[in-house]
Design a binder for this molecule. Structure first.
Ligand code: 16G
Ligand code: MG
Length: 543
């Protein structure tokens, strides 16, 4: 490592004194103006990680659903996965090193992680549409270059597209071609093939309204829609030509406010969906005849997909294991439906894609979704090989068809990470094949009324949780208080957890009626405020 060169270059991306940041669930995320040094240093770190893994590493510049003024960065590991936990710690150390300590910290990481510095390094970079993203991704490139790494800058990409590129490059093109064309072609071909069997004629061609959060999803979907126009016509809203990124629109807005985004015209029973700012989340929704809004969230997406998959799996007669992974935020009705009606095993992990992804890898077929719309389906290599073999070999027409259908499903899901575009195409294919309307899909089960609140506390780390965040072990007395409150309501459940992305504590409650879910959430917030060092205004009842 040419540490003198690093020091010199770093001075051009100097760290503001005393600023500390943490590599959290979604990488580093804060106001864009505080991130230049972090970007440069993540370029450095990506080179070390690439040398250590002897693989291509990805760096994505985005702050997802956060406001336009924010930005962020995360590293993508060789198989398209989130960065390994021990490297998250290295990332935090490197980002927080004061200028004069940078060379030492860099050498330290190299030693601790046993990086062979003579190894070549290759880094791929993508960015979202924020005004700050272009300059910040240039800082990443400066970091990569000063350590002698090679790079390819993909420019504007959705987060899942960058994951896809990394995965393709590290599997010698077996997974797909590592180009934007390759991505469009792979997904669209699988979609068109899958929907061929749907009994829908030209004149009732399916249409879908898509709110793109004024983000990168709009650009990419606009390019891509010609590839699958035979099977689906998408109408783009909030495409970034007028509105501000994530402002009053996008999946996060729709899910948390439980109302439609601005900038979309909805007629009753029309199927609509929203992406978030970097297109790795998707939720669906519609208005009924009375003008009432209905949200079809990640839980219902998981329910639709798992019930769809069960049939062909049964048909091919091979006992591949299917499991669904959720978080504590999954609506109680969804868990009950999956376990009791669909009879599929359901597991709960901590919040954050990496936890769900990891658990889903334990099954032949692992369906994972967060209620907020992050998710995908992972097929193990063994399952994929088995299905491909059956699609070729099976004699019986019905069985072969089922195997072929599964083969297309494998190609259609982005196996590297949750992907709004890929999920959207899978959902649209399933609805077409099953002849389901969005209301029929929504009617799989009825969500329990729920409420989410935030509480400000002096130090959110005073709360620690266990049992996939469903139980608070600290501060003393908090869980007991929650248990007492929950007892007062029917079909009720509540939990609290420190946010991984904001300086607050999150409260979740569900119960038999909206009124009860609201009061339970309020009472739990008050308990948090009193027992976990609340600051500012006390939580108030009513919403
Ligand atoms: C991040 C996570 C998301 C999680 C959210 C929770 C990824 C790619 N994103 O956005 O999965 O739901 O954080 O935020 O892992 P919170 O900790 O503030 O509730
Ligand atoms: Mg996102």
């Amino acid at each position: 490592m040419d540490l003198d060169a690093v020091t010199k270059q770093s001075a051009l991306h100097a760290k503001p004194d005393g600023l500390t940041l943490q590599y959290g669930t979604a990488g580093f995320r804060t106001k864009a103006e505080h991130l230049d040094h972090v970007m440069f240093r993540m370029g450095l770190l990506a080179v070390l990680r690439s040398k250590q893994t002897k693989s291509t590493i990805g760096v994505m510049v985005t702050a997802s659903h956060n406001p336009e003024e924010d930005n962020g960065v995360k590293l993508v590991d060789p198989l398209g996965e989130m960065l390994a936990p021990s490297w998250e710690d290295h990332a935090t150390c490197l980002a927080n090193a004061e200028e004069q300590d940078l060379p030492r910290v860099l050498v330290d990481i190299g030693e601790k992680a046993a990086v062979n510095l003579h190894q070549d390094a290759f880094v791929v970079i993508g960015r979202d549409t924020r005004p700050s993203s272009e300059k910040l991704s240039q800082s990443v490139i400066d970091g990569v270059t000063v350590l002698g790494g090679q790079f390819h800058d993909y420019g504007l990409l959705t987060t899942p597209q960058l994951h896809y590129m990394v995965y393709c490059r590290n599997t010698s093109g077996q997974y797909g071609k590592a180009t934007i064309e390759g991505y469009y072609q792979k997904l669209s071909a699988a979609f068109v093939e899958l929907t061929k069997q749907a009994s829908c004629s030209g004149d009732d061609q399916r249409t879908l309204k898509v709110d793109c959060a004024n983000g990168i999803g709009a650009l990419k979907l606009r390019e891509m829609k010609h590839y699958f126009s035979q099977g689906l016509s998408v109408q783009l809203f909030n495409d970034g030509t007028k509105g501000k990124l994530n402002h009053l629109c996008g999946a996060d807005f729709v899910k948390s406010h439980q109302k439609p985004p601005q900038g979309i015209e909805m007629k009753s029973h029309e199927r609509c969906c929203s992406f978030d700012g970097d297109a790795d989340r998707i939720v669906y929704y519609y208005h009924d005849a009375d003008g009432q809004f209905h949200l079809v969230d990640g839980d219902k997406i998981a329910a639709l997909i798992s019930s769809f998959l069960k049939e062909p799996l049964l048909e091919i007669g091979d006992s591949l294991s299917l499991g669904v992974v959720q978080t504590a935020y999954a609506n109680g009705s969804s868990t009950r439906y999956l376990e009791e009606v669909m009879k599929v095993p359901v597991y709960c992990t901590k919040t954050g894609v990496k936890h769900l992804h990891h658990k889903a890898q334990e099954f032949d077929i692992g369906v994972y979704f967060e209620a907020n719309g992050h998710g995908t389906v992972l097929f193990s290599k063994a399952a994929e090989m088995k299905i491909k073999q059956l699609a070729k070999e099976l004699e019986e027409d019905k069985k072969r068809k089922a195997a072929k259908m599964l083969e297309n499903v494998i190609d259609l899901f982005n196996q590297a990470t949750g992907d709004a575009i890929s999920d959207m195409l899978v959902i649209e294919a399933i609805l077409a094949l099953k002849g389901l309307t969005v209301q029929q899909w929504d009617a799989l089960y009825t969500d329990l009324p729920n409420r989410q609140l935030k509480v400000k506390v002096a130090d959110r780390q005073v709360i620690s949780t266990t049992d996939a965040e469903r139980q608070a072990v600290k501060p003393p007395g908090l869980q007991e208080a929650i248990n007492e409150l929950v007892k007062k309501y029917r079909l009720s459940r509540a939990f609290v957890r420190p946010s991984g992305t904001e300086d607050i504590v999150r409260v979740y409650a569900e119960a038999d009626s909206q009124e009860n879910a609201d009061s339970l959430a309020y009472e739990v917030s008050l308990a948090v405020f009193q027992l976990a060092g609340g600051i500012g205004e006390r939580p108030q009842p009513g919403f």
